[in-house]
Design a protein. Structure first.
Length: 319
């Protein structure tokens, strides 16, 4: 008897390959990486290189010695996970060993424990990031201060992010919308420049790696919900423009919520997914213990993706 073997999702009839898609995502992350290096110096590059190499190494070791399957490190997915994990941590020297632990959790727990690419229910980079945030809260919330372009002093001072400062009472003095848009603010590597993130997202949309449904609904919902709260009480809630420009909303909406494996397949399901991510992000930011809520929001919506797929089934063309 011939058995039909079904691979993991996504199931898309296309001339594209997983390898081609993953390397396009890596290319789309380059603008944000360059901006992070420009603002945080060599530390940003070191964090990124260590994160990527650790993810690739752990995936190779698990596939070779535990799963005993052919290596898939050349498909670029481990590099994507490494870059996204690096984009979710501060660019400080003390983070190097923590990044390696995060890479092990992201690859070993978030990805390979479910069988590898296409089978993981949660975004691996976010699994690693949330683990680090819960396990090492001090190190994960000690942010370097941006001090011009290509800083030569690598022992940078630390300070609060705009979201963290607002959680404590007010935005840091001098922080403007353009600062947040261009990246002249403190935070993790992937938070520094909304412009660089949008350039990468535009490239992915052009190459049809992602569609507009999740990014637009995620960002739009966060903008509208935060705008309503701001209109009700502008002294208590952050204005909607700064809300979407600061923190991880742009990175999460464009690069992590759009993960093919962990997001709904149908367009209607993607809209529901994006709306849910936006609502949860603003709820956690304003009433949760953490000033940021993007990672938790996406992981929570990842958990209901099977239900969304079940509810939003595409129409059959025949009986």
């Amino acid at each position: 008897m011939n058995l039909l073997n079904i691979s993991g999702s996504p199931h898309v009839h296309s001339d594209e390959s997983t390898k081609k898609i993953m390397w396009r995502v890596n290319l789309a992350l380059v603008p944000a990486l360059l901006v992070a290096i420009a603002y945080f110096g060599i530390n940003a590059l070191l964090v990124s290189v260590i994160s990527v190499l650790s993810c690739v190494l752990f995936q190779w070791l698990i596939e070779k010695y535990i799963l005993k399957v052919p290596s898939t490190i050349c498909d670029g997915s481990a590099v994507v996970t490494g870059l996204l994990l690096a984009f979710n941590v501060p660019a400080t020297v003390s983070m190097m060993w923590i990044v390696i632990i995060g890479a092990l959790v992201a690859i070993g727990v978030g990805k390979m424990s479910f069988g590898g690419l296409g089978k993981n229910p949660f975004n691996p980079a976010l699994v690693g990031r949330v683990f680090l945030l819960i396990s090492f809260p001090v190190q994960m919330t000690t942010w370097p201060v941006v001090d011009g372009i290509f800083p030569m002093n690598f022992d940078v001072a630390t300070g609060a992010t705009p979201l963290g400062a607002f959680k404590e009472g007010a935005l840091p003095e001098g922080v403007t919308f353009m600062d947040a848009f261009l990246g002249h603010i403190g935070g993790s590597l992937g938070e520094v420049s909304a412009l660089a993130i949008l350039l990468g997202a535009a490239y992915l949309c052009w190459k049809k790696v992602i569609t507009w449904h999740i990014p637009v609904t995620f960002i739009g919902t966060a903008f509208v919900f935060s705008g309503i709260l701001w209109l009700v009480n502008p002294d208590t809630y952050l204005d909607p423009f700064m809300t979407i420009m600061t923190g991880g909303i742009m990175l999460g909406a464009c690069f992590m919520a759009t993960d093919m494996v962990t997001s709904p397949m149908a367009k209607s399901g993607q809209i529901i997914f994006g709306v849910g991510c936006g609502l949860l992000t603003i709820i956690i930011r304003n009433w949760g213990a953490y000033p940021e809520g993007v990672s938790f929001a996406i992981l929570l919506m990842n958990s209901v993706t099977p239900l969304i797929n079940r509810w939003c089934k595409p129409q059959r063309f025949a009986c």
